[in-house]
Design a binder for this molecule. Structure first.
Ligand code: CP
Length: 324
């Protein structure tokens, strides 16, 4: 059965641990796993702009021995001149992976339903699961573990990053606190899905309008832009709305003394996070950005193996790496 990665819960807790171990392995030995040798090709399709996702997938595919085919916003016929299902039926005969940054989660689900090769969500309106793989890898590197750590996310808590922090965090057994203003909190179905997974892993979900409650003793403090793609016209209202949720020196006083700070980037210094914090000693943001590469390489190789689409050498390399 072909495995896809469309939401943070598409990996079981045990699988998440294996992918993160493999990511540590490929980070230490960048050119050992050749899951795309041939070179095989991978489609990397963007309906929205990108820096990190584009470079990390293109570099990662090359490291795995493959060749990326990058499609920039507006270049494909996908979704307007040709259906998603027909696109999947064409692409899966040409490429070994389909990586897609798009708007609707339903589009990714349709692509996956009709594709015989793994489909990876490179950001949708609802989730950013590849970013969370990098974030968890970064936390594990700096804290030595994930389960039991307190993670506070502050800001626009109704966006894709908040959803992914909630789901990926509890999948790793973390105590996840999500704080944002009334009306900008995760939807009920996300909270329920997170609570269900937390019951399996020992994780915990708190959703609150009180930033201090989220921050109390937090080991990890995360935020994201207050103005996501397409919300540029709402900037004045959003600046006011999210002001109390800024990550700054004062908010870090409430967190644990050795708390680390995450931001998926691009960041707006002076808005969701101060320059002092982003560029300060608690920031692990540049490691986080680098880890997109390592986490996604592990994910791509792992999905190919689990889907029965990898050669013997790749299977052996992945099995060795995921057991670290
Ligand atoms: N964090 C992230 O996804 O960055 P890009 O939008 O630059 O890809």
């Amino acid at each position: 059965m072909t495995r896809h990665f469309l939401t943070d819960l598409d990996l079981s807790p045990e699988e998440l641990d294996r992918v993160l171990s493999l990511a540590e392995h490929v980070k230490a030995q960048p050119y050992k796993v050749k899951a795309l040798a041939g070179p095989q090709t991978a489609a990397v399709i963007f309906d929205k702009t990108s820096t990190r996702t584009r470079f990390s997938f293109a570099s990662g595919i090359a490291h795995l021995g493959g060749q990326p085919i990058i499609v920039n916003p507006g270049e494909a016929q996908l979704g307007h001149k040709e259906s998603i299902a027909d696109t999947a039926r064409v692409l899966d005969r040409q490429v070994s992976l389909i990586i897609w940054r798009t708007y609707a989660q339903a589009g990714l689900e349709e692509m996956a339903q009709h594709s015989r090769v793994p489909v990876i969500n490179a950001l949708s309106d609802d989730y950013h699961p590849c970013q969370l793989l990098a974030d968890l890898l970064t936390i594990r590197e700096h804290k030595g573990r994930l389960a039991g750590l307190k993670l506070a996310y502050l800001g626009d808590a109704a966006n894709n990053m908040a959803n992914s922090y909630l789901l990926a965090g509890v999948n790793a057994g973390m105590d996840v606190r999500i704080a944002g203003p009334e009306g900008y909190l995760p939807q009920e179905h996300i909270i329920t899905a997170g609570e269900d997974r937390a019951a399996e892993t020992g994780g915990k979900v708190t959703v609150t309008t009180d930033p201090a409650k989220a921050l109390a003793g937090a080991d990890v403090v995360a935020t994201d832009t207050w103005i996501s793609m397409g919300q540029e016209d709402e900037k004045p209202q959003r600046m006011k709305l999210f002001g109390d949720y800024q990550v700054n020196a004062q908010s870090l006083e409430v967190a644990a003394e050795d708390a680390v700070v995450l931001h998926c980037l691009p960041a707006y210094r002076g808005m969701e996070i101060t320059a002092e914090v982003l560029d300060g000693p608690r920031s692990v943001i540049w490691d986080e950005a680098e880890n997109r590469l390592h986490a996604q390489k592990a994910l791509m190789a792992w999905l190919l193996v689990e889907s029965g689409l990898a050669d013997e050498a790749t299977v052996a390399a992945v099995k060795a790496g995921e057991r670290r």
